[in-house]
Design a protein around this ligand. Structure first.
Ligand SMILES: O=c1ccn([C@H]2C[C@H](O)[C@@H](COP(=O)(O)OP(=O)(O)OP(=O)(O)O)O2)c(=O)[nH]1
Ligand SMILES: [Mg+2]
Length: 148
């Protein structure tokens, strides 16, 4: 499915390339850090990284800000609230909450690819309050109820 998304580049990201898919089958657009100077993220620290972008996600879709596995595997750096949610009515800058779960500080430089944006359809539901729900074999079993 091809979805068109209008995107606005803010002044502090004007010289950076628009997010792109790394390969023909990639699910996520790589998001880059629009920081003026490199920022250091120490072990246990988190920071809000600007992308310099405002996106207009069409109604019926959402943007998911997801970690890059390379950063996670190599440095323990991930998206704290993964997947971050970009609402279709959000017109602010897309920002990435990075956290360093590793044991060494990491430097995030301008243009570094820090996360990826997956655009996915979402359902909006209508809740109907009832007195009883349909039965199922699982019932209330969960949290490991089927065994290891
Ligand atoms: O990783 C993220 C998560 C959210 N947002 C932006 C887009 C989203 O539409 C808005 C609100 O996000 P969310 O609903 O997750 O945050 P909230 O704490 O519920 O804030 P709000 O009360 O503004 O909804 O913040 C980002 O830029 N990056
Ligand atoms: Mg919210």
């Amino acid at each position: 499915m091809s979805v068109t998304i209008r995107v606005l580049r803010l002044a502090h990201g004007a010289d950076m390339p628009l997010p792109d898919y790394g390969t023909a089958g990639a699910a996520g657009l790589d998001l880059r850090a629009a920081v003026e100077t490199p920022l250091m993220l120490g072990p246990g620290e988190r920071t809000l990284v600007p992308t310099g972008l405002i996106v207009e996600i069409p109604e019926g879709f959402e943007g998911q800000v997801r970690p890059r596995s390379g950063l996670a595997a190599r440095h323990g750096v991930t998206v704290l609230n993964a997947p971050g949610t970009i609402d279709s009515d959000y017109r602010g800058e897309v920002k990435v909450i990075l956290v360093n779960h590793g044991d060494a500080p990491i430097s995030i430089g301008r243009g570094d690819r820090i996360a990826q944006l997956v655009v996915a359809p979402v359902s909006r539901v209508r809740l109907i309050e009832v007195d009883a729900l349909g039965s199922s074999i699982r019932g209330a079993g969960g949290f490991g109820s089927t065994g290891r």
